[in-house]
Write a protein that binds this ligand. Sequence first.
Ligand code: GLA
Length: 368
Amino acid sequence: MPLPARRFFAPGRMNIIGEHVDYCDGFVLPAAIQLGCTVDARLSGTDELAVQLPGETDRLAISGFQPSRGWRNYVGGMAQELARDLGLTAPPGAALSIAGSVPQGAGLSSSAALEISVGLALWTLWHAAGVAPAPDPLRLARLAQRAEHIAVGNPCGIMDQYASVFGVAGQALMLDCRALSHEAVALPPGAAFILIDSTVPHELAANGDYAGVRDDIAAALRLLGAASWRDVTGLDQLGGLAGSLAGRARHVVTEIARTRAARSALEAGDLVTLGALMNDGHSSLRDDLRTSLPQVDALQVLMAAHPSVYGARMMGGGFGGNVIAAVDGDGAEAVAAELAHAWQAQLRQADLPFHVVCTASAGARELS
Ligand code: GLA
């Protein structure tokens, strides 16, 4: 008789503000959301992973995993990095049945939800089998980030994996990406956050461009002769930079300042200031960092103009994905639907774009 499966869940994330500064020792303000990835897992008595997803099955090696395509790299990469880090030369195999509710390509970090749910499931099973210590949340987040670097080839920061692990219901996380620690920030009761998909799938364009942005920002820091963006506190320090490097550096400095200000605005329940910071953040992504696209800018304009919206900005790695807006808590569902219909009409598309009211939710956990 096979062991009964245990069920694990890890969420996707929204990011209120703090974009492209997680890999700059900056501050970011994400929250885990209600959508995520569920994994039913049990040890299988083999040395590989037997993975089932809706409509697909496959077998993946753990120790000798070779990156291939799609979800396999997140699952196999996570398993391999985890086994390596735990020093498991013969990691026990498992049967995994995976189902996700985060739409892919909409910038809600379906990838972090997949990595973290699989990582937590395997680590918990290996611990129960006596071959590993109990799961450590920060180590799990860092390993998932590393798996994404190595197996997927995406040089992401830590924000998505960290938020998926450490999310707190009703709260955002003020994540200090240098200290790798956070403080929970309660979301004001009158506020809601809505997302609308631009329908430009961000992975189509993002991989090369995300890495290019990261490289530019690293090059700018080298030219400034500073060890960390936390030591670059004012725009007056950027005088030696020119062209696109200057713009990208300006984004980093101003975005870290905006994130700190947004935290204070949330704590004061000042949604007007929060909204203004989000609008400014979008302008900075568009003009200085240059990670937006005309279609995304048009959606931001549409959303920011709605009377119930305090402010709106492109969210995530860029070059597509969705726009997040802070709105009045009352009637947020109706506002999201109204804006999605307006966006559908503007695009002249047959399908209603994905839209959601995000609920700040708890991080990765075993479901009983
Ligand atoms: C993606 C990455 C994150 C972060 C954002 C931009 O979501 O995975 O690490 O860099 O882009 O803020």
